[in-house]
Design a protein around this ligand. Structure first.
Ligand SMILES: C[S@@+](CC[C@H](N)C(=O)[O-])C[C@H]1O[C@@H](n2cnc3c(N)ncnc32)[C@H](O)[C@@H]1O
Length: 378
């Protein structure tokens, strides 16, 4: 089970199919699939739009807490962990019988501890912050599924972001935005309001076919008893997905601090040669002529007065109209009202969430040629 963010289920399903996953099935904020151990490692290492990959290990029905406890206690937990492993349990409950997720997590924790105590007279310890083994239980009515978290820290934590300025995009969301746009690395990619550079870095990784996992220090599956080191090394060293391509990727931001942060993040990712970033206002920047893609998330205006943000979005729309002919301009904004001032007709609107903020993600195709005839003015 690969978890993802709202709106990225389709992209994730395609990514999983591309690495050979079978029985790929989209659900709400997750995609189920089947595959080998190698596939599990590959999904963690290579897939850009999953936040974590969970492996179901036991499914059963339970009519009450006692039955859940006794079935879970009978499961052979020594196949999963030993007494030296610290573990943690959490629960997701959607049931009229079981109502408290925290209580169900405690029940499962007791079942695991008692299983070991009965067999060895000793118990493994719990470490909710830094567990070797993270266990989830999902309960839907009477259907219980116990799953192992193979990822550990959420996969959006790639490991290249040393610094972040205000309101950085989640890396999984940034990769999803690029994949939804269909940009393939062959035309310029621009984020003229790039902040700490998340979209630029994810664009470079996508264009070059570089796995997002190369920066991670650890995946939870490396702690598992059945960890196959050689299989993971095979996945880690597989360069067959990499592409020999020199994409044009350009960023800019008006804030010196943001540009400095973005540059140190690029350095950390080792891709500083692939991306150029300048400290400049979007209003002073001219993109390369011809076709290209802009993906950006401008300020939503929480710290600005309403007329200031209205004017800012109007100026942004005018700038795209005048300078970006031939470009597809994709904008993610949590300020739907302000977006109306763009003065451009949007296509492909999608609802996504940037953290808790509901956002619109939509594309403006800026046609070249006669301004009057082809600007899709409202
Ligand atoms: C929401 S943040 C972008 C965050 C970025 N996507 C990231 O992942 O870090 C918006 C950015 O727009 C920048 N900005 C605001 N006005 C600008 C302007 N006129 N020209 C260029 N950048 C501007 C801000 O400095 C801020 O970094």
């Amino acid at each position: 089970m690969a978890k993802t963010l709202h709106g990225l289920e389709g992209v994730l399903a395609n990514e999983l199919k591309a690495i050979g996953a079978e029985n790929v099935e989209e659900q709400r904020r997750m995609v189920n699939f089947t595959g080998t151990t190698e596939m599990l490692y590959r999904a963690n290492f290579q897939v850009r739009t999953a936040t974590r990959i969970l492996l179901p290990i036991h499914t059963f029905k339970a009519k009450d807490e006692e039955e859940l406890y006794s079935i879970a206690k009978k499961f052979d937990w020594t196949s999963i962990m030993d007494l030296s492993h610290k573990f943690a349990v959490d629960a997701t409950v959607n049931s009229s019988i079981f109502t408290h997720s925290h209580f169900m997590a405690l029940k499962l924790k007791d079942a695991i501890v008692d299983h070991f105590r009965d067999r060895f007279g000793k118990r493994p310890f719990v470490d909710p912050k830094n567990p070797h083994i993270q266990i989830h239980i999902h309960i839907a009515e009477q259907d219980c599924t116990i799953l192992l978290d193979s990822s550990g820290e959420s996969l959006h934590k790639r490991g290249y972001r040393l610094h972040q300025d205000v309101a950085p995009l989640n890396e999984v969301l940034a990769a999803g935005l690029i994949m939804l746009s269909g940009w393939d690395g062959t035309t310029p990619f621009i984020d003229p309001l790039c902040g700490s550079g998340t979209l630029l870095i994810e664009a470079a990784l996508i264009a070059k076919g570089m796995a997002p996992g190369i920066f991670r220090k650890q995946f939870a599956f490396e702690n598992w008893l059945d960890f196959e080191k050689e299989t993971f090394e095979k996945v880690f060293n597989d360069e067959s997905y990499e592409r020999d391509i020199d994409p044009i990727i350009i960023g800019g931001d008006i804030s010196r601090r943001a540009v400095d942060f973005a540059q140190s993040n690029l350095k950390e990712a080792g891709i500083q040669k692939l991306i150029s970033i300048e400290k400049q206002s979007i209003f002073d920047f001219f993109p390369p002529e011809g076709q290209g893609t802009v993906i950006t998330n401008p300020p939503y205006g929480e710290r600005l007065k309403k007329d200031q943000i209205t004017t800012f979005y109007k100026q942004l729309g005018d700038t795209f109209k005048q300078r970006y002919q031939g470009y597809s301009v994709w904008v993610l904004s949590g300020n739907g009202e302000a977006l109306k001032n763009f003065g451009l007709h949007a296509s492909n609107p999608t609802t996504l969430f940037n953290g808790p903020i509901e956002c619109k993600y939509q594309c403006y195709n800026i046609y070249s040629g006669s301004k009057k005839a082809k600007y899709q003015n409202k």
